[in-house]
Ligand binder design. Structure first.
Ligand code: C5P
Length: 222
């Protein structure tokens, strides 16, 4: 029997990353940031001058991508791609934007599927993304879908980027989050949507502790 999975899906800025890492550390489970894989491929494509409509080129890059996630003591993951540390490069809005442009491509998603499934290891995995509960781990024991208003998600991204020293503009962030929502939810391939039996949680008015407590409650009741 394979290791248990907590699939944590939701739009950009819903808190998946923060919540996912806290849950993983409380359970003592592994953590998969699947967005980092799409961002990693986006970064590689930029680095190799492969354009977002060169599907064959993107698939070749995806197949050759070696991504390692080094989780550190303070729970902040450092990401290494083909031997280079690119943690900060992956977090930029530009990389997120390109990631969401290549994410609709079925051959690209297919090529990244095995890499994600290999992360399912004992004692368990918390997997965060858009299609963890629907496509990558449809048999996950626990499925949570986090939402929040676009306004609040933009504000959270703003605070997060600001605190890391990035120069950001709130109105532009909101626009980019809304555009990304439309693109991620309307694509034919693995669209962003709650799995049939997912626990849907609106985090707009909740603190991080309240969200974690609510997920713990859901997990313990199952
Ligand atoms: O979650 P994050 O903002 O890092 O993801 C960047 C982009 O990667 C998303 O906008 C989405 O288009 C894509 N993505 C995806 N499937 C996942 C994770 C991310 O399509 N499981």
């Amino acid at each position: 029997r394979s290791a248990p999975v907590l699939a944590l899906d939701g739009p950009s800025g819903s808190g998946k990353g923060t919540i996912g890492q806290i849950c993983a550390s409380q359970f003592g489970w592994h953590y998969l940031d699947s967005g980092a894989i799409y961002r990693g491929l986006a970064w590689l494509a930029q680095d190799h001058n492969v354009s977002v409509d060169d599907v064959a080129g993107l698939v070749a890059l995806a197949d050759s991508m070696e991504l390692t996630c080094h989780v550190q003591e303070n729970d902040v993951a450092k990401i290494e791609i083909n031997g280079q540390f690119v943690t900060a490069e992956l977090r930029t809005e530009e990389t997120g934007e390109i990631a969401s442009q290549i994410a609709p491509l079925a051959p690209v998603r297919a090529s990244l599927l095995a890499m994600q499934r290999r992360c399912r290891k004992a004692p368990g995995l918390v997997a965060d993304g858009r299609d963890m509960g629907t496509v990558v781990f449809p048999d996950a024991e626990f499925k949570v879908f986090l939402t929040a208003s676009a306004q609040i998600r933009a504000q959270r991204r703003f605070d997060q980027l600001k605190s890391k020293g990035f120069d950001v503009n709130l109105a532009r962030l909101l626009e980019s989050i809304q555009a990304r929502d439309v693109r991620d939810s309307s694509r034919a391939e693995s669209p962003l949507k709650p799995a049939d039996n997912a626990y849907v949680l609106d985090t707009s008015d909740l603190s991080i502790d309240e969200v974690v407590a609510s997920i713990m409650d859901y997990v313990n009741k199952r």
